[in-house]
Write a protein that binds this ligand. Structure first.
Ligand code: NDP
Length: 329
């Protein structure tokens, strides 16, 4: 009999999450029955969505939601042989027994030299978010100018790199000088530290004097208010995330953007990557090929130890990560 460790939400977050909002518990698992498998977590993901979803989809005492790459260590289900790896949406758990529903097997031909953790990042949900947001929402075209914020993170870094592959001019920003240097290494045309520039508006104007065709927004709030007047006519805005507001205790107020959206005839569209789930296999193949060809970076921020899940989550929200934040068991 296996005893799993699970991280639970001890109390709802008030403002920025704190370590003592989480509680580590033991959970006795049953022996897998016919059709079931026993999983052991190998890499776990910490993602921004866990913060807003903690209040809308979780109650106190629940196991934190999230994805992991897990190894099948016992199997009564021929679709998931022992030793194979899956992406499992089973939350912050060290072990898990399930009947296979919701498990996505990693391709059998996953290359040995590509870390399995990329299935939680560039060759997983964040990478798909970047690709679909650019292709389906922004409908980005060669020669256009794109702005992406949160640009050194899991989604943002892939957005910028794919836009470069598509022949665009890319402007990105992040919260440290080291991240800005990383963006320049990735080939961004202009990159800046949004925390230290004296004027965000002037910096954005200087980076793209003719304005922006596309804005891939990971941050929302005040930042987006500054961008709206700098969009070109018929610009497209992919509203991917709003991390600058996730810890707010009261909603932020304007300036309001409607007049710019009207006068510039902008298209602003919120999206969830899962809308294009039916395309995942083809999209992930493309992302894997780009990774293997060295066209997409493999940079990750790896925290060691299941016991450090809350610290890794808080660190990601604070900006500790360059590339995807993951926890290695
Ligand atoms: P990241 O890897 O980018 O990690 C979060 C980063 O956000 C931090 O490293 C930090 O970087 C930045 N950040 C934190 N607080 C602020 C703030 N107040 N202002 C600006 N930047 C901040 O996370 P992901 O790539 O996983 O997610 C990026 C965004 O995309 C999030 O908003 C997320 O919710 C959204 N998302 C949406 C999906 C969808 O389907 N729509 C799917 C996946 C993600 P820095 O040092 O630069 O401040």
């Amino acid at each position: 009999m296996v005893v799993a460790q699970v991280w639970t939400l001890q109390r709802h977050f008030v403002g920025f999450p704190k370590l003592n909002d989480f509680e580590l518990k033991d959970e006795q698992l049953p022996e897998p029955k016919h059709g079931e498998v026993l999983l052991a977590a190998v890499f776990l993901s910490v993602d921004p969505y866990m913060r807003p979803y903690s209040s809308t989809r979780m109650k106190e005492g629940d196991v934190l939601i999230g994805a992991q790459v897990a190894k099948v260590i016992q199997s009564c289900n021929p679709s998931f042989p022992v030793g194979s790896h899956v992406v499992a949406l089973c939350g912050w758990r060290s072990h898990y027994v399930c009947d296979g529903t919701g498990l996505t097997p990693l391709p059998l031909d996953w290359p040995q030299d590509v870390p399995l953790s990329l299935a939680l990042g560039t060759i997983g949900m964040p990478g798909l978010t970047a690709l679909h947001g650019l292709e389906e929402v922004c409908e980005i075209k060669k020669g256009e100018t794109l702005l992406v914020n949160g640009a050194a993170g899991a989604v943002g870094s892939v957005v910028g790199q794919i836009a470069k592959l598509k022949g665009c001019t890319v402007v990105g920003c992040a919260g440290t000088d080291a991240k800005v240097a990383y963006l320049k290494d990735l080939g961004f045309d202009h990159a800046f530290n949004y925390k230290t520039v004296s004027s965000l508006e002037q910096t954005l104007r200087k980076s793209a004097p003719d304005g922006y065709d596309c804005y891939f927004d990971n941050v929302g709030g005040e930042f987006s208010s500054v961008v709206m007047p700098l969009m070109k006519q018929f610009g497209r805005i992919a509203v991917c995330g709003s991390i600058s507001t996730y810890n707010d205790m009261a909603p932020q107020k304007g300036p309001y953007m409607q007049s710019h959206i009207i006068s510039k005839q902008l298209r602003m569209e919120g999206f969830l990557a899962e809308r294009w789930e039916h395309n995942n296999q083809e999209a992930l193949k493309r992302m894997m090929a780009w990774v293997k060809e060295g066209k997409l970076s493999r940079t990750e921020h790896v925290t060691e130890g299941f016991s450090n899940m809350p610290a890794a989550f808080i660190g990601m929200l604070s900006g500790d990560n360059t590339g995807k934040a993951v926890v290695k068991v």
